[in-house]
Design a protein around this ligand. Structure first.
Ligand code: HEM
Length: 261
């Protein structure tokens, strides 16, 4: 926090999804050769895509833990199943189209946020099931290509590419999940008004996060911030009064970002 009682700075912001996406795609080295190899398997995968979608949710419903996450212990909720299949079909179509656009990064980030119970259904999907489901998608691709009778020298380089690509997707979903969860703990809510670049990037004018109280050493004067502006273009207001004793609002040194479309 800066010296002025009205000032608040945010440190350690996590990168924007599109920057992280490009950085990690570079890191795994997904190149034109990978894309060529992957594209040789797209037709076989596309052919079996509807079956993969149906199998995915049959499986999630058949496992008690994931059935509980989805509220499907007693069987499918047909409307929700239709919605999940529809969204998964869209995702799979984008995967098979080898989408590496910045917009896809935002989409994956938002999916991660939804898995953190920040979506319309407020369902918390433990990350272990998302991580391992990505593994199951890779396994389904390998099985499908094997069953299609494609030779090993087509399947192996293609699977190398798909694996790299899916791992970066998982990272973007993990990032969205982590950022959403970081907004949750704390003693009071802080509403930020976003301006300039932050507003454009986040696609919202206001954002609410939670923050905590920290005890101040006895000799330090008590400071009661009244609200103010965040360096770089946000305003904030807090929704609670401090507990008795010497307290100050913690600086928001969170790694979370408002990229929460
Ligand atoms: C391969 C791994 C996964 C991918 C790629 C994926 C993808 C997505 C996407 C793209 C969305 C956002 C849909 C939208 O735009 O509205 C979403 C939401 C959701 N996913 Fe996943 N998902 C995965 C794993 C799982 C698992 C394992 C579960 C449950 C056990 C799950 C449950 C949900 C639920 C319930 C929502 C909606 C949440 C809400 O509307 O509040 N997902 N997922």
């Amino acid at each position: 926090m800066r010296d002025s009682a009205d000032a608040l700075e945010i440190h350690n912001l996590s990168p924007e999804p599109a920057d992280e996406w490009r950085r990690l795609l570079r890191f795994v080295g997904l190149n034109a050769e990978d894309r060529r190899a992957m594209s040789r398997t797209v037709e076989a995968l596309m052919h079996r895509a509807p079956e993969m979608v149906v199998d995915t949710y049959n499986y999630l419903q058949s496992v008690p833990e994931t059935a509980a996450v989805l509220g499907w212990e007693a069987g499918f909720d047909e409307a929700h199943l239709e919605e999940r299949r529809r969204f998964f079909t869209v995702w799979l179509a984008r995967v098979l189209g080898m989408d590496t656009s910045d917009e896809f990064a935002t989409y994956l980030f938002r999916a991660g946020k939804y898995h953190a119970a920040h979506g319309p259904r407020h369902i918390h999907v433990p990350p272990a099931y998302v991580t391992t489901s990505i593994g199951l998608v890779g396994a389904a691709f390998a099985c499908c290509l094997g069953a299609a009778g494609l030779p090993g020298d087509i399947i192996a380089p293609a699977m190398a590419g798909w694996t790299k690509y899916l791992s970066v997707q998982l990272h973007l979903m993990d990032m969205g999940y982590a950022v959403a969860r970081e907004m949750e703990p704390g003693d009071f809510t802080v509403t930020f008004a976003l301006f300039g670049h932050l507003r454009t990037t986040a696609g919202v004018r206001e954002l609410t996060a939670r923050a905590g109280w920290v005890a101040l050493p006895a000799e330090r004067p008590q400071r009661r911030p009244r609200g103010g502006h965040v360096h770089g273009g946000c305003g904030w207001r807090a929704s609670s009064t401090s507990p008795p004793g010497r307290w100050a609002r913690t600086p928001v040194t969170t790694t979370s970002t408002p990229w929460l479309r």
